[in-house]
Design a protein around this ligand. Structure first.
Ligand code: HBZ
Length: 794
């Protein structure tokens, strides 16, 4: 059968539509179902091969999977682009319209969730048997709009449409208990939960490059436990019956927006336990189908905890081993540890999870007992070591560390800081436990998929091997002196910039000058990421341009994108200020096209796929020591943007790979940052030393950008003077000067393009394939079932 017939059949039999009456949505779902059929073949084959080989399986537990749209991933990984395009032409449908009809699956906040998505792609491409386990949120990350420049949040509703990629698995259901009490009888514990909800699995196949291997993303959805309710109901306990329904309805309803000020929420702890417990039960069931000896579990199971959100996996696994398999506690703890590893993604103290013992005891009484046992065992072995239970709190970082056989940081600098700061004492006791695995990004989505013009140029030049072996890009370095190639490279970037300009024109009514430097900062809005410093520099540049309007300025478009957590008021003020400043500068006839600011609302994965290929300059300007790694930084450099950045996170390693001459470095180092904070009045001193910064802060404080509400930004400016914790003021001058060096460099287009090319050519190491090989080798002891692929590099 042809693909055309397949699609028409799907339209008819799965959607009940004929071609005459089908909407874009109908065509998209029909096409998606046809593609899914293709994937199922790979998927079944992979499952069979996995059972035959009985290898170690990897389980990646993550509260977030920020996968975005799937259709183009599926089309390109299955190598069906030409065929799909031709078929849609035959059917009179437009490829782009159909692809862009799919809503983003925004089941994550930012880097941590996107990393999980890149890892799933690499695991499948490398043929490593793996499951991603998470929550099937009914509402992903909120939708952002701006009203008078201020962020407005609306619930996200991706699941009101049919999600064509998933399979519901009603047969994979587990009972997840909460609360209740624990009985002890003759040395055994019996947990009697007070509430139960059901976890139902929804599977999305994840197919790797070339359709060679397929893994599963298994997301759990909460449903009421009917029989349980009936029992309560019959006892006359109507409240209990209703409670379980209500809990079930809320548990998988909405993704928590990364809101560090709101931790301690009971529902979040329940979400964490819900998906972790379901995942552990599921992987144990799979294991016990083929194995009798529970003690051999670590030979077949590797569980990776994506931050502390699933850290309850340690106590849960111990609970099952002790209470259900009668393994003594002192044996169960090390056995569980051999299966578990933990990735740390942040040093920010406010982001390290703690739950009050009281709450933990109420929601998970048996787990609190087990946590005490883990604590006791660790203290007995290492008296005086850091405690899991401290000041009435359960510290999830310490719990995750103590229950993991390996703990990893996500960039070289971050790993060093993990050893020196948050886990310094535990590191002394367990000196080989902390290791580094620098993050990476999948080249399939972040070059092949999002940047067709560059993809074609590269493939025409060096062949297609780079897609699964990104180090092959180094072959492009020899082209830096090849004028024809540089011209083609420049043309590709220009095409992407023109496309972006068309999009901003259509969506925001602003067109951009493709000859201007596109300077892009896209990420969550956070003080440590310093969007504010970028904005202050923009105002300073505007002042200089107005002072000297006839000078030969390098035209710039400043592009911002990102959401603030709904309860993070400083971040929301920064958003408003960006929009206020944009309104004034964009209307200024003196500066005109020489300086523009655009801030498209609702930044998401799809928007990143548009913006990154069109960027000339990548803003990676966090306070040194604060950004664990960054992965956006890698996406930009791979797509031929130059970085302006601090020595923070993976910027350090990116700079080493691309060469210091191809990277705009500025600012204090992590050591200098710590040192500077000890100086009394450091911010005020920095402001007093910088007339340029003083002027900008004066303008903002006077209401230059909010003439009808002149005191609007007094708080923000006052904060910079009095406690500029993220050292915006201290790094400002160095940042401004470095921006001017970038201006000068940009004025020599051929040289700029050569520098950009070296960036692209040097980014091979940052493929998430390399990262996953590192995890497989150093943490999981897992291997590729499709063979041959793990041996190389890393
Ligand atoms: O993880 C990010 C780091 O900030 C970034 O530097 C790194 O590249 C990335 C991948 O390793 N961390 C996060 O994205 N963290 C969260 O999204 C988060 C989510 C929920 C929370 C706290 C943090 O409750």
């Amino acid at each position: 059968m042809t693909m055309k017939t397949d699609i028409l059949n799907r339209l008819k039999y799965s959607l009940g539509k004929d071609a005459e009456n089908a909407s874009t949505y109908d065509w998209r779902i029909a096409l998606s179902l046809v593609l899914r059929d293709q994937m199922v073949e790979t998927w079944f084959r992979s499952t069979k091969e996995t059972y035959a080989a009985s290898p170690k399986r990897v389980y990646y537990l993550s509260m977030e999977f920020l996968i975005g749209r799937l259709i183009e991933d599926m089309i390109s990984n299955l190598r069906m682009e030409e065929k799909v395009k031709a078929t849609l032409v035959e059917l009179g449908q437009d490829y782009d319209t159909i692809v862009h009809d799919e809503p983003d699956a925004a089941l994550g906040n930012g880097g941590l969730g996107r990393l999980a998505a890149c890892f799933m792609d690499s695991l499948a491409t490398l043929g490593i048997p793996a499951f991603g386990y998470g929550i099937r949120y009914e509402h992903g990350l909120f939708e952002q709009s701006f009203a008078q420049g201020q962020q407005v949040e609306k619930p996200e509703t991706w699941l009101t449409q049919r999600h064509a990629w998933e399979f519901e698995r009603p047969e994979s259901q587990y009972r997840i208990g909460f609360g209740g009490h624990v009985d002890h009888h003759e040395g055994k514990a019996y947990w009697h939960p007070g509430e139960v909800v059901m976890a139902t699995a929804y599977d999305t196949p994840v197919v790797g490059w070339n359709g060679d291997w397929g893994n599963t993303l298994r997301l759990w959805s909460a449903q009421p436990a009917k029989e349980f309710d009936l029992e309560s109901f019959n006892r006359g306990d109507y409240l209990a019956a209703g409670r379980s329904e209500a809990l079930a309805r809320t548990i998988s309803r909405v993704l928590y927006p990364d809101d560090t000020t709101e931790s301690g929420k009971e529902l979040r702890l329940k979400q964490e336990y819900f998906f972790t417990a379901a995942s552990i039960m599921d992987l144990l069931r799979r294991y016990l189908k083929d194995h009798d000896d529970i003690r051999a579990l670590p030979d077949y199971v590797a569980i990776q905890l994506n931050d502390t959100h699933p850290a309850i996996a340690g106590p849960e696994l111990v609970r099952i081993l002790v209470d259900e398999h009668d393994i003594p506690m002192d044996e169960a703890i090390p056995l569980a540890r051999k299966c578990l590893a933990y990735t740390n993604h942040t040093l920010l103290p406010e982001a390290l999870e703690r739950w009050s013992e009281h709450l933990m005891g109420r929601i998970l009484p048996r787990h609190l007992e087990i946590i005490r046992a883990i604590e006791h065992a660790h203290q007995t072995e290492f008296p005086g070591s850091p405690r899991i239970l401290e000041n009435g709190d359960v510290r999830m970082g310490e719990l995750a560390f103590i229950m993991a056989h390996k703990v990893n940081g996500v960039s070289a600098l971050h790993t060093d800081l993990v050893k020196e700061t948050v886990f310094a004492d535990l590191h002394r006791i367990h000196p080989t436990r902390i290791i580094n695995q620098t993050n990476g990004i999948t080249p399939r989505r972040w070059l092949y998929g999002c940047n067709p013009s560059l993809r074609h140029l590269i493939t025409d030049t060096i062949g297609e091997g780079w897609v699964t072996d990104l180090e092959q890009l180094t072959a492009l370095k020899s082209k830096r002196d090849d004028a024809a190639f540089i011209e083609a490279f420049t043309a590709s970037k220009r095409e992407n910039k023109a496309n972006l300009s068309n999009w901003t024109l259509q969506t925001m009514g602003v067109s951009l000058d493709p000859d201007a430097m596109f300077d892009v900062q896209i990420k969550r809005i956070h003080e440590y990421k310093r969007q504010l410093m970028n904005l202050l520099e923009t105002v300073a540049l505007w002042n200089d341009m107005r002072d000297n309007p006839n000078a030969d300025w390098t035209p710039r478009v400043k592009i911002f994108g990102g959401k603030a957590a709904p309860g993070y008021f400083v971040a929301k003020d920064i958003i408003r200020l960006i929009n206020d400043v944009a309104a004034v500068i964009n209307a200024d006839e003196v500066t005109g096209d020489k300086l523009k600011i655009v801030y498209p609302p609702n930044y998401n994965v799809t928007m990143a796929e548009r913006l990154i290929p069109a960027a000339d300059l990548s803003e990676q300007i966090s306070t040194a020591g604060k950004e664990a790694s960054g992965t956006g930084n890698m996406k930009f450099a791979l797509n031929g943007a130059l970085t302006i950045g601090t020595l923070d996170g993976a910027n350090v390693e990116i700079r080493e790979h691309v060469g210091s001459e191809n990277f705009f470095l500025f600012g204090l180092t992590a050591q200098e940052v710590m040192e500077r904070r000890t100086h009394h009045g450091y911010a005020r001193a920095a402001i007093e030393a910088s007339p340029r910064l003083q002027r900008v802060l004066g303008q903002i404080a006077e209401g230059r950008f909010a003439p009808h509400d002149p005191s609007r930004y007094h708080g923000l400016v006052g904060m910079l003077y009095d406690h500029d914790y993220f050292l915006v003021t201290c790094d400002f001058d160095s940042y401004f000067d470095t921006q001017r060096r970038a201006d000068t460099a940009y004025r020599n287009p051929a040289n700029w393009a050569a520098m950009a090319l070296v960036n692209t050519a040097s980014m091979g190491w940052f493929s998430s394939d390399r990262t996953i090989k590192g995890y497989a080798r150093d943490i999981w002891g897992a291997e590729s079932v499709t063979k041959a692929k793990l041996g190389k590099t890393a």
